[in-house]
Design a protein around this ligand. Structure first.
Ligand SMILES: *Cc1c(COP(=O)(O)O)cnc(C)c1O
Length: 452
């Protein structure tokens, strides 16, 4: 993928007009992952594919998802309960969660037993907070980001209250500095130090949903651990998007949904990570405070239906219910594509795609670096440094016009999404988006701003 970077550097540093469509075509011809686009269905508008830059909200449907789901429906139709044990495609339902473990582990940088596909993001977060947020009189604070995704905020506040604590005094929210949009790593580290041994939990999102900022997960994790706190990450916008090394970084737990960059179907099955240091001793695994159910029981003896819970090894002990096969299979279909493409290749292409989009946006006559955005103007609040962002760029508009401009993009077949009060998010997904998609989106945006 170095060809993409070299080409971008070349046009960035030359006198050529970067906005000519030929550059997009040339970049597409250098893209070694271009064949993956054909693996996806694109919604149509007036007979042609829409320009879909919304994979950070809901990933597109892989064509093979339909085939795999139809196979499962067929097994249900023809074998019913037998499908749990005897499955014509070699995917017995009783252990189907195992199908995705290795791929998920690779994507998040974990050992296979540290991850499991289960439940949904927020409800999984609740389950993990039961185990990993155990405040004491001394250590009870949660260091958290201001303007976090509402669901995470609600979940954390509710746990504070469940422990009889006042959320206002328990949640310490790190904010961007006055006049800045993103949070400085140093400010996060300083806040952690300042609250020291009163901190029970440090919990951030890997990639911030509104600004697109990718946090320095390695530094934040290591600093939080050095003061004795537990560290959890919400990877909703990070998984399948940016490089993750959860095991190596020493993260205690993480949660994610998989319908965004992982294309697992709307509301599809989510996933969790629990570091092996939390579970590798049998005794330790037994003593965890945890919400328990039969699917977290050791599979060897699960069907003996005994009176005592004997936990599975690793993260699987946190499973509660049996796996929803149809959404698990949908995730499996998409993960096959991630295995084939490789996260390193995807990230390299993603950096180029988003870099190209930024280059085009910054050349727009409507782009401003000022924070005070006027009618017909926009600025970019996502960090410009490629190490501090994933695929998404957050364009900030004047709040009176943002919704209107986003509507106009849709009218012209360009789909990003709006986040109130001021942001349109555009996220080219490296599995299926092209440089020509990016070119088209920016061209349409410019036209809309010229016009209105
Ligand atoms: C998308 C997203 C969620 C979604 O939560 P669900 O439980 O899957 O509905 C939660 N947190 C963050 C940060 C998100 O971006």
């Amino acid at each position: 993928m170095t060809e993409l970077r070299e080409y971008l550097d070349k046009i960035d540093n030359s006198d050529t007009d970067v906005s000519v469509a030929e550059h997009a075509t040339n970049l597409d011809s250098l893209d070694r992952l271009s064949q993956f686009r054909q693996e996806f269905h694109f919604p149509q508008k007036q007979g042609s594919d829409i320009t879909y830059l919304c994979g950070n909200s809901l990933g597109l449907m892989p064509k093979r998802t339909q085939t795999l789901i139809e196979e499962e429906l067929d097994v249900w139709k023809t074998r019913a309960v037998e499908g749990h044990f005897d499955h014509p495609y070699g995917r017995p339902w009783k252990s189907c969660d195992e199908l995705v473990k290795a791929s998920l582990a690779t994507i998040v940088g974990a050992k296979t037993d540290e991850v499991v596909a289960m439940g949904q993001l927020t409800s999984n977060l609740h389950k993990l907070l039961v185990s990993f947020y155990r405040p004491t009189q001394q250590r009870y604070k949660i260091i958290f980001e201001d303007n976090a995704f509402p669901s995470d905020n609600y979940a954390l506040q509710s746990h504070a209250r469940l422990h009889g604590l006042d959320p206002q005094l328990t949640l310490v929210r790190v904010k961007p500095r006055q006049g800045e949009s993103t949070i400085r790593t140093q400010d996060i580290l300083d806040t952690i130090s300042e609250h020291g041994d009163s901190v029970a939990l440090v919990m951030f999102s890997g990639v911030q949903f509104y600004t697109g900022q990718l946090f320095d997960m390695a530094s934040i994790t290591s600093h939080a651990k050095s003061i004795g706190a537990i560290v959890g990450w919400d990877l909703a916008h990070a998984v399948g998007n940016v490089p993750l090394k959860l095991h190596e970084w020493g993260v205690d737990f993480a949660v994610w949904c998989s319908y965004k960059y992982l294309n697992s179907s709307p509301g599809g099955i989510a996933g969790i990570f629990i570091h092996e240091s939390q579970t590798n001793e049998r005794q330790q695994q037994m003593e965890h405070k945890r919400l328990e159910g039969w699917w977290g029981h050791d599979p060897e003896t699960r069907f003996e239906m005994g009176p005592h819970f004997s936990p599975s090894f690793g993260a699987s002990a946190w499973m509660v219910s049996n796996t929803p096969v149809l959404t698990l299979i949908a995730l499996y279909a998409s993960l096959q594509l991630f295995d084939e493409a490789g996260m390193d290749n995807l990230r390299a292409k993603s950096v180029a795609l988003t870099g190209y989009m930024e280059l085009l946006l910054r050349k727009s006559k409507h782009f401003t670096t000022s924070d005070n955005v006027d009618h017909k103007q926009f600025t970019i609040i996502t960090p410009s440094n490629e190490h501090e962002r994933g695929a998404q760029l957050s364009l900030k508009f004047n709040k009176d016009y943002m919704l209107f401009y986003n509507e106009q993009l849709q009218v012209h077949g360009v789909v990003g999404d709006d986040r109130k009060p001021k942001v349109i998010r555009l996220a080219p997904a490296p599995l299926y988006n092209t440089f020509s998609d990016v070119h088209r989106a920016v061209t349409v945006l410019n036209k809309v701003l010229d016009e209105y």
